[in-house]
Every structure is written in structure tokens, then in C-alpha cells.
Write a protein that binds this ligand. Sequence first.
Ligand code: AMP
Ligand code: MG
Length: 343
Amino acid sequence: MFRSHRFLSLMLSAALLFQAVPARAEEEKTSETGFFLDTVITITLYGDKDSTAMDGCFALLDQYEQMLSRTVEGSDVWNINHSNGEPTEVSEETAWLIETALYYSELSDGAFDITITPLVELWDVQNKASLVTGDETAEEAYASGLIPSEEEIETALLHIDYTAVSCEGTTVTLSDPEAEIDLGGIAKGYIADCLEDYLLSQGIESALINLGGNVQTVGTKPDGSSWKIGIQKPFGGSSDIITVVECTGESVVTSGTYERYFEIDGTIYHHILDPNTGYPADNGLVSVTILADSSTVCDALSTTCFVLGLEDGMELIESIDSVEALFITEDEVMYRTSGFPEN
Ligand code: AMP
Ligand code: MG
């Protein structure tokens, strides 16, 4: 069954990045797909007899989209971005998420930066991916605006600086009135954590939450064995798995170029942007997968490490306890941190 209040047609076209294979208790399994926060969402539950938990999950997804989406008028993020530098009151959850995002900005010296919005809008990767025919030359792509000009990038960069965001309690202020925030690099992780908490509170002990590449496992499979989460081969199909990670309650989150991109003349322009250069991060990586208990941590760090690149990303993850990473390079070589499972 599919649930969404928009973009129903995208359900079939978007490939799910991860797979998991339930072992038994098929009769108790329910699975539903929807489209929230520009992402195909699939929730699989075991033991949700009267669908209360499933309904609750989709109600929460709707609630968080209304709170955290940059494009939903009246959301906390929309209000901040339209505040003209005036203090904005937000929910405790939004405030916490912004503070957490700022922590990862500090940690990465700005590689992760929620004031990325002017660049997100300029590159507009998701929209352009549907406009590009594949026949454009680079010259034509510059002329038509598919690839932004140096001047446009320089102008956007003027307003990208996470230190312009301050959060006091539930009051958020942008010291640069032209700055705008985007929680796309961390919100899905937070929502996955909230869904896990909700499901556990409902007595669901076995579930799989897939928010377009953000996978949160709840408990174990119904037979008590671990979930096996497949990590997609870059640019492969959703069933083309490069490795498998076993989980019992952890989260596995991937940031990859192949998730959202367009290609001009053999060059890939993707959605993970480098706040230093203004261009899609271009460091030889195609994906970074993070394994940790918290999906918020996974989400923030997958984007962060993608921008940092293999060497600095590896060093960062090795410095954090209970977080592991898998980096995949353009030539499909896999680099694991010391605790990332081999198989
Ligand atoms: P993810 O798929 O979690 O890696 O997040 C990518 C999304 O995060 C993009 O679609 C943007 O909305 C946003 N984003 C892109 N670059 C950055 C960055 N350097 N720091 C924070 N968020 C970013
Ligand atoms: Mg992320």
C-alpha cells in the first residue's frame, strides 16, 4: 500500500537503496510505502495487528515534514528562512536538531553546513535531473543555466556560514538575514530515530524503517536473528548489493552521488555540496555509509564524511566511539573503519 499526499508517481521510479530479507512470520508482516521529504519511505512492521503502529508512523512522518521541510510554508525551517534576521520561535525538536547540526559543523570545520540552501537552490539537482536529456554539451549546459556560473556560485557562497545561526532555547536567529537553512542532511536520520522510539513505545519489537537510504532497524527479525542490510552498488540497481551489514537495532545510512545527480558530458553533478568550493563534493568518493545506534548521528556523519573525503572522513570516524564507516571510491574500492564489519 502506498501513502503520500504528493508525488504519488515517484513511488515506482525511485529505487530503494537497501534491502532486507525477513526470515519468517510472514503472516504478521505489514509493509507500506509513501513519499515524504522528497524521499520514498518504506516501513515494514511485524506484529502490528490492527495497523495502529503503521498509522502512527505515517502520522509522525506527516508531522515532521510540516515541521522540518524547507519548502512547506509555515514549517519551522520555512519560518526561520523568512524571518529577515528576526528571532524565530521553533519547536523543541527543531531547536535540538539545529543545535546538533551545528555541532557537526564545528566538528568538521564547516564541511557540514545547514546554511547550504543558496547552493542547494542554485544547483537544484533534483529538478535538473529530470530536465537533462543527456545530449547537452558542457557549453550548452552553462549557456542554459544547468551548470551555474562562477559568479552565481560566488554570490551563493557569500551566505553560507553556519556561524550565522544561533539557537537559544527554542529561539533561532540568523545573523545574516539572507542566510537560509536546509536540514536535508540530517532530518531523515532524526525522523528515523523518532519512529524507532515510537514503535518501541507501541510494543513493536521487530521493524525496518527505510527513509530513502536511511535505514533504521528496530530490534531483530521476528525469529531473533539479525537484520541483513544490503548496501547498494553505486549506480547499480536497488538489488545490486556490494556488501551486507548485520544489524540488531542499529542504523545504517548512506550518502551517495548516485542518489540524486545529473550528468553533463561525462561529469556527474550531485546533491552533496562542498561549502568551500560551491560545487558538488569532488574527491573520488561515490558513497559513504555510516553504522551507529543513532540514525541522526549516521545521517549527519554520512554527509559530513562525504564532503571531508576519504582520508579526513576516516580519521574523523576513527576518533568517535561506536560509529563505523564504509567509504566507496569511484573505482569501487571499499575502505572500512576498523570496526566496520567485513563479509
Ligand atoms: P544526505 O543525503 O544525507 O547526504 O544529505 C544531502 C542533502 O543535504 C542535500 O540534498 C542537501 O539538502 C543537504 N546538503 C548538501 N550538502 C550539504 C552540506 N555540505 N552540509 C549539510 N547539508 C548539505
Ligand atoms: Mg546525511
